[in-house]
Ligand binder design. Structure first.
Ligand SMILES: CC(C)(COP(=O)(O)OP(=O)(O)OC[C@H]1O[C@@H](n2cnc3c(N)ncnc32)[C@H](O)[C@@H]1OP(=O)(O)O)[C@@H](O)C(=O)NCCC(=O)NCCS
Length: 393
């Protein structure tokens, strides 16, 4: 909020949505292509050559979309130098939620103590993070909120049929988060485009059927995919979406410093580069380490690009994704981080606040149990009294 509670507006009334914090989390367990050779008939060489993937992370028993999402969010909040109760909206993009409802966003909102925030999930498969970024930045620019937390978090390894060599080689687990904040300084998330074509829904979906998991258990769901069709679609829309979003801003693709694409297959990224007539060094690729982590893939790539110095203030980025639905989309970002310098004091306050949030959540649950017991005993007493008085009293 600005002075006297007014929302920050530039002299011409324009609000911008800057990405001021970012964080990721990946499970410790690394599964290499050689590990997959033991599960299905494939080879490290085939997987590297046909996909670019060398290894991926697999969530252990104690990890899930909430625990990983919380860790990524806490890192993003720390980097942003804000306190979690300042967040107005939590949007989680996930294709592998713990429950159909409640939303994963609500579970994360509770764990991080974003007590003043609304929270909901977006389901647009691997394009989900772009969609969520579009929703959050639009809310900020419209003046409806000031601060948003956008998270992509996945345990796709739990939806994969580990006896299907055409899909099990591709996917991995992980989470990434951005904090977005209103500013009167130009820059930040400038534009987002979202597209869908449900006529291609049967090319990539989660179907049912008992299948083995990677550790020998059974799962009732599995990812089904027509790899060649998805490949063709993806190669086409990656370049089309990049062109569309740059043209809308009156730019050429050559004006973009770095394109950070959804990491699904390095050959799809190469096809997009050919389509756009750009060299591969204009694209950021880290698929070799993580495979396809769906909604987590773009934030995982952005954070790595930042940490490796490939992105700096003033850089113009296109984030571009595609996925089941079929869905696709892109975001144009000017990386002008308006950074509130994180202070040790503020970090300590936030740490204390996490403990407070945990205790508050525990007490609220306890209160609900007590309330239920008291309410129940009142009802029993009322009914007993009614019975004693007889049906007419
Ligand atoms: C899945 C994918 C890697 C397959 O690669 P491809 O080059 O298209 O391979 P094809 O499906 O044409 O299969 C070629 C051959 O390799 C075989 N093959 C498939 N998977 C294999 C594997 N893991 N190891 C060894 N051989 C494999 C096929 O059986 C086929 O053999 P055949 O010619 O004897 O029938 C590729 O199509 C792809 O990445 N598609 C996009 C998937 C995607 O991005 N999904 C997520 C979207 S968010």
């Amino acid at each position: 909020m600005g002075v006297n509670g007014s929302r920050p507006r530039g002299f011409n009334g324009t609000r911008y949505a800057h990405i001021i914090g970012w964080g990721v989390d990946v499970p410790e367990h690394v599964m290499t292509n050689h590990d997959i050779e033991k599960l299905v008939e494939t080879s490290d060489q085939w997987i590297r050559e046909r996909t670019g993937i060398h290894e991926r992370r697999i969530a252990g028993d104690r990890d899930n979309v909430v625990t990983m999402g919380v860790r990524a969010a806490r890192r993003a909040i720390q980097r942003a130098g804000i306190l979690s109760h300042e967040i107005d909206l939590v949007i989680v993009a996930t294709s592998s939620p713990l429950h159909l409802f409640p939303a994963t966003a609500c579970l994360i909102q509770d764990r991080i103590g974003a007590s003043d925030a609304g929270a909901f999930d977006v389901l647009a498969a691997c394009t989900g993070f772009i969609y969520a970024l579009g929703l959050a930045s639009a809310q900020i620019k419209a003046g409806m909120i000031d601060t948003a937390l956008v998270i992509g978090t996945e345990t796709l390894s739990r939806l994969v049929d580990w006896s299907d060599r055409s899909t099990c080689i591709l996917f991995g687990d992980g989470a990434g988060a951005f904090v977005l904040k209103a500013s009167d300084q130009p820059g930040g998330v400038q534009d987002v485009i979202m597209h869908a074509d449900g006529s291609g829904a049967d090319h990539l979906y989660v179907g049912s059927g008992i299948r083995p998991t990677w550790d020998g258990e059974q799962t009732e769901q599995r990812i089904d995919m027509n790899g060649r069709e998805v490949f063709r679609f993806a190669s086409r829309v990656m370049s089309a979406a990049t062109e569309e979003i740059t043209q809308r801003a009156g730019l050429h693709v050559e004006d973009v410093d770095l394109i950070i694409p959804h990491q699904a297959n390095v050959r799809i990224i190469q096809a997009a580069a050919r389509g756009l007539k750009l060299p591969m060094d204009r694209f950021f690729v880290n698929i070799e380490k993580y495979g396809n982590t769906s909604t987590a893939s773009i934030p995982l790539a952005v954070v790595e690009a930042l940490e490796s110095g490939r992105v700096g203030p003033g850089d113009r980025l296109v984030l571009v994704g595609f996925g089941s639905g079929l869905t696709w989309g892109a975001a144009l970002v000017e990386w002008e981080v308006e950074q509130t310098p994180g202070s040790v004091m503020r970090e300590a306050m936030q740490e204390a606040y996490y403990i407070f949030a945990y205790v508050r959540s525990f007490l609220r649950r306890l209160f609900r149990i007590v309330e239920t017991v008291v309410f129940k005993s009142h009802r029993v007493k009322d009914n007993t009294r009614k019975r004693r008085r007889g049906p007419d009293n």
